[in-house]
Design a protein around this ligand. Structure first.
Ligand SMILES: [Zn+2]
Length: 256
């Protein structure tokens, strides 16, 4: 329990994606979930029905796991990619892990077969905008709207009608406007607690060490399945997925 227990994790968070929920609800959600450790997962029925019915969700940035106090949310960004996504899917299947894929609209449009495979395997979709502009929080509301809504449409079309359940701003560049827009369409703004730094390719050992060292920050861990050679990410996941299990963690989805 120590790794996620008590008050350790919410005091250390930094960065734009990490702010709002913590101040607003993060600690209380974490605490509330701690009391339901042995209860059935409250969101189990939702996870059996991937997609989004379009009903409004919370506008705060989610970090908690629906799998309870030992839950870990694997999130995989920037794909889908024809080289790396199938390998990530194979690995997740091997370990029986469900993850959340934050897809770039143009990537989804280019690889609808992969989007459908992700959904068919029981993973969840997340809108990661059309252009992955990490400065979009400085841009106009019209631009933010286009980036979010066009990507939502691209991903939904590519999936065969399954809508993304989350919205993750590139680089955590959320705004109150973009959070409200996404939430009004049933896409919960999604942050992260642990950046594996896999995107920078620091070496598999470094990626593994970063995740193991920083997991006390909270349950949502960031990886990538596109944007370059992701062999280090794959190798790190191959080591980390059994490690999470050995530590007594379970795998879940971010709360909505
Ligand atoms: Zn990204």
């Amino acid at each position: 329990m120590a790794r996620h227990g008590g008050r350790g994790w919410h005091g250390k968070l930094v960065g734009a994606a990490l702010g709002v929920t913590l101040l607003a609800t993060g600690a209380s959600v974490w605490t509330a979930q701690a009391g339901t450790a042995d209860a059935p997962k409250p969101k189990a029925s939702a996870s059996a029905t991937p997609g989004n019915d379009g009903k409004r969700v919370e506008t705060t940035i989610a970090h908690s796991s629906d799998a309870g106090p030992r839950g870990v949310n694997i999130t995989i960004d920037d794909g889908p990619d024809p080289t790396w996504t199938p390998q990530v899917l194979d690995l997740l299947k091997q370990y029986g892990v469900k993850a959340t894929f934050c897809m770039v609209g143009t990537q989804a449009q280019a690889h609808p077969d992969l989007v459908k495979k992700v959904v068919a395997a029981g993973h969840r979709l997340c809108d990661h905008t059309v252009s992955h502009n990490t400065s979009m929080d400085k841009a106009s509301q019209a631009y933010q709207s286009q980036q979010i809504l066009d990507a939502e449409a691209m991903i939904t079309k590519a999936s065969g009608g399954v809508r993304p359940m989350y919205y993750r701003a590139p680089g955590g560049a959320f705004t109150p406007y973009s959070r409200e827009l996404a939430a009004s369409r049933g896409m919960r703004p999604l942050g992260w607690n642990v950046d594996s730094k896999d995107f920078e390719r620091p070496g598999t050992d470094a990626i593994v060490a970063t995740v193991e060292k920083e997991l006390h920050n909270g349950p949502t861990v960031l990886f990538h399945d596109a944007g370059g050679n992701r062999s280090q990410t794959l190798e790190a996941l191959r080591r980390l997925l059994p490690w999470f299990k050995a530590q007594g963690h379970t795998f879940g989805f971010p709360i909505r």
